[in-house]
Design a protein around this ligand. Structure first.
Ligand SMILES: NC(=O)c1ccc[n+]([C@@H]2O[C@H](COP(=O)([O-])OP(=O)(O)OC[C@H]3O[C@@H](n4cnc5c(N)ncnc54)[C@H](OP(=O)(O)O)[C@@H]3O)[C@@H](O)[C@H]2O)c1
Length: 244
């Protein structure tokens, strides 16, 4: 059987690692192709957009895919809706692997917002640590009374549209000690994060708590309807029931 994993997350990489050794299973991971040096993955890899849900349906038929796991990031809502639609069109079983969101702990000061427009309003006039990647920095453009520490995996090809900023490169996981030092060194007074969930990037949330800093936490977009699992282990159980 041919398993397609929609990737771009640590869980997708772990799933590929755990399934490629299974007899009778061919594994392909699909990446959007935006990260310049993605981590090496087990199994086959295809890269680049499909051309919407219809393009993905064509790919699923042509590549002879039998099973699909959407293991994309919880904020990658477009591709997740495309996966659900394409699998419904072709009649393939699919499951959405989505890690649980972080929950507020005692000592956390979270300002929960629905999107990055609201996040930008919440950090006006402050020194903010932006941990949202490089693609969506435009929401913070023109904020001349604010200062931004921006962490990215790949440096942007062009300077970001931010009035006052400093860019650092970093690939998760991060440690609480390093995150605390970074926030202190740059006199950060607020952290901006998507509620991505998972362990790899949680250190910034724990570090902010320990420094009594507020976190502007962006809530997740609505996922598509359909079956959901929350871990690689649960995904393997789902696969076992469908790999007849
Ligand atoms: N959004 C985040 O905060 C975030 C964080 C970490 C990692 N990522 C990863 O980065 C990738 C892009 O995220 P995004 O938020 O830009 O996604 P998105 O807004 O949901 O998707 C935008 C378009 O990119 C293409 N695409 C996205 N993921 C793809 C994949 N795995 N394989 C092939 N094409 C893909 C699709 O193009 P077509 O419609 O033309 O097929 C999709 O319509 C995803 O793989 C995601 O797992 C995202």
């Amino acid at each position: 059987m041919h398993l397609l994993i929609l990737g771009g997350t640590g869980e997708a990489a772990e799933l590929a690692h755990q399934t490629t050794t299974r007899p009778g299973l061919k594994v392909t991971t699909s990446l959007a192709g935006e990260t310049r040096n993605p981590a090496r993955l087990k199994g086959a890899v295809r890269s680049g957009s499909f051309g919407g849900a219809d393009g993905m349906a064509d790919y699923l038929r042509q590549a002879g895919v039998d099973l699909v796991v959407d293991a994309t990031h919880p904020f990658a809502a477009v591709i997740s809706h495309n996966v659900a639609k394409a699998c419904s069109t072709v009649g393939l079983p699919h499951v959405h692997l989505v890690r649980p969101p972080w929950e507020r702990q005692e000592g956390d000061t979270w300002i929960e917002v629905d999107d990055l427009t609201q996040a930008a309003k919440a950090v006006a006039g402050r020194r903010a640590f932006l941990t949202i990647g490089r693609v969506e920095l435009g929401w913070f453009a023109g904020m001349e009374d604010s200062w931004f520490l921006v962490r990215v995996i790949d440096p942007p090809a062009e300077p970001p549209p931010l009035a006052n900023h400093h860019i650092i490169e970093g690939r998760p996981p991060f440690t609480i000690g390093d995150e605390r030092a970074l926030m202190s060194d740059h006199k950060i007074d607020v952290v901006v994060s998507k509620n991505s969930g998972g362990a790899a990037t949680y250190a910034k949330i724990a570090a902010a708590r320990s420094l009594a800093l507020p976190v502007v936490m962006v809530r997740r977009p609505a996922p598509p309807d359909g079956p959901t699992v929350v871990s690689v282990e649960e995904t393997l159980e789902w696969l076992a029931t469908h790999q007849a």
